[in-house]
Design a protein around this ligand. Structure first.
Ligand SMILES: Cc1ncc(COP(=O)(O)O)c(C=O)c1O
Length: 499
């Protein structure tokens, strides 16, 4: 294992004892990665403890819901994760576009709570985080720091959110309710693509040894939890679909990249099914496409750099999507006039139209990218393109209101809805899309040098190691060892053994 990430070995017995003691006092046990990947393996006793618990409360029982297999109410477990299949009448393409619903995760209603779990727990179980002393610092543009604050709080740890001041009002309102002290929300200058400012703040905070920075862009726990838990959950969706359509191929996995955690699920799906992996970014900030930069409103993605945990050399496609499209769909899918247009004029199933509320801005971008890809590769009805809605539209009500005011000051009517449908769905082409050659992959990989080696001081040989597929398979091979450490920790804290 390189210096980029730590091995599944205990680093400090005393620190670990403090963590064991804290979780013993709180009577908290930790799910293993395998249980989160396949919640059928959750012991009955744990599952019973979850029953009747509000999914939005900061209660440890909700740790057992940090997986994709929650029902729409987020209270019960289901055999197949929640997803939508978008029909041709909406997408204009024959390929099945399948959207997995991250909104069904507990506490933050977004799947980033899984990433946060995957970053903090490896530290706890190896004695790298002392809840009696350390603060968990969660730098992000929104959902990851909410997930971090939720996970810290349920695990009896102090969590601090670091995010740009320009992020959505809904994110700040949530944080204000969840942090133990208002000073645990740190606002940095800018908006979505101002990650450098977040890093600068973290560098300042890191000077205090009690602050542990959990940088999602470089924490390989983020890679691993998505590789395994998200990868297997998506595979389960595919297996369910294939039961009714045995010839269905899992052709492409599409993920808009912020930290590039989610896209790790593509490594799992590619190994299992030969699925192509597509990374999505905003054309207003085309870092992978054109080494470009800029501002955009696809909140959660596109941060003007290449994350250290992005397995670039295994990525096959980059698709650029304009935030004009994701903003327009946010209005069309969630405004009463837009919905009436979709059901009455386009004859879409009212239940499906209602369910589109589970798709936030980056989910809309993923759908647009999936349509581009279907068109580019001329995919047909035996092709499935699987993608993600990290969060739902309710996190963007204020964004929708301001978009409406700016663009339709006299109101949004049926003609506007038809225009939005025509322009932002039916007229999608394969512009701003590249199939990556080896040279393209090298170009994108090398761009990461400036962030990680020059700016953040990662040794160049460690940086380069990630070109080799063996680096990633070594990480993946460590999953059983991580599970064992979690089980041992539960055993020592007196919590139920993760059988
Ligand atoms: C709404 C939203 N979409 C997409 C992403 C990108 O996911 P990832 O960071 O796993 O690449 C994020 C990340 O925070 C997000 O909050």
């Amino acid at each position: 294992m390189s210096r980029l990430c730590f091995a599944p070995e205990i680093a400090d017995e005393k620190v670990r004892r403090n963590a064991v003691q804290r979780l013993r006092e709180l009577r908290v046990s930790l799910p293993t990665l395998t249980q989160l990947a396949d919640p059928n393996l959750i012991p009955d006793q744990q599952q019973a403890a979850v029953s009747g618990v509000d999914p939005d409360e900061p209660l440890a029982a909700n740790l057992w819901r940090v997986h994709w297999f929650n029902d729409a109410a987020r209270t019960r477990r289901v055999d197949i994760p929640g997803y939508l299949v978008l029909p041709e009448a909406l997408t204009g393409v024959k390929a099945k576009i399948v959207v997995a619903l991250g909104r069904r995760f507990p506490m933050i209603a977004a799947h980033k709570v899984l990433a946060a779990y995957g970053c903090l727990v490896p530290r706890l179980v190896t004695g790298r985080f002392d809840p009696t002393r350390h603060r968990a610092i969660w730098p992000s543009t929104g959902n990851y720091c909410r997930g971090g604050v939720a996970i810290s709080r349920t695990l009896g740890c102090r969590g601090v959110a670091v995010l740009p001041a320009g992020m959505s009002k809904e994110r700040f309102e949530w944080l204000e309710r969840w942090v133990s002290d208002p000073s645990d929300i740190i606002r940095t200058p800018g908006t979505e693509s101002n990650v450098k400012e977040i890093y600068d703040k973290c560098a300042e905070l890191a000077r205090d040894g009690d602050n542990v920075i959990l940088n999602q862009f470089s924490e390989f726990g983020n890679y691993l939890v998505h590789y395994y838990c998200t990868g297997r959950a998506l595979d389960r969706i595919y297996a369910g679909l294939r039961r009714g359509a045995p010839a269905l191929r899992l052709s492409v996995f599409v993920a808009a990249t912020g930290s590039a955690g989610t896209i790790a699920a593509g490594d799992y799906l590619k190994a299992a099914h030969g699925t192509k992996i597509a990374a999505v970014e905003a054309v207003e900030c085309p870092t992978m496409l054109y080494n470009g930069y800029g501002e955009h409103n696809i909140q959660g993605i596109g941060d003007k750099h290449i994350p250290l945990i992005h397995n670039v050399m295994n990525t096959d496609i980059v698709a650029g999507v304009s935030d004009r499209g994701s903003d327009a769909l946010n209005l069309l899918f969630n405004d009463a006039v837009g919905r009436a247009y979709l059901t009455k004029r386009q004859k879409l199933d009212p239940a499906l139209v209602k369910a589109l509320v589970d798709i936030g801005l980056s989910g809309n971008a993923n759908i647009i990218a999936a349509i581009k890809i279907a068109r580019h590769f001329e995919l047909g009805e035996s092709d499935a393109i699987i993608t993600i809605a990290t969060d739902g539209a309710e996190l963007y009500d204020s964004e929708r209101a301001s978009y409406l005011k700016r663009n339709y000051p006299k109101g949004f009517d049926e003609v506007h809805a038809g225009e939005a449908f025509g322009r932002h769905l039916q007229a999608i082409t394969d512009d701003h899309l590249i199939e990556l050659t080896h040279v393209d992959r090298q170009r994108i990989f090398n761009l990461g040098y400036y962030t990680w080696v020059e700016q953040q001081g990662v040794p160049v040989d460690d940086f380069d190691r990630r070109r080799n597929p063996a680096f990633w398979s070594e990480l993946q091979a460590a999953i059983p060892a991580w599970d064992q450490l979690i089980e041992r920790f539960n055993g020592d804290s007196g919590a139920v053994s993760a059988a």
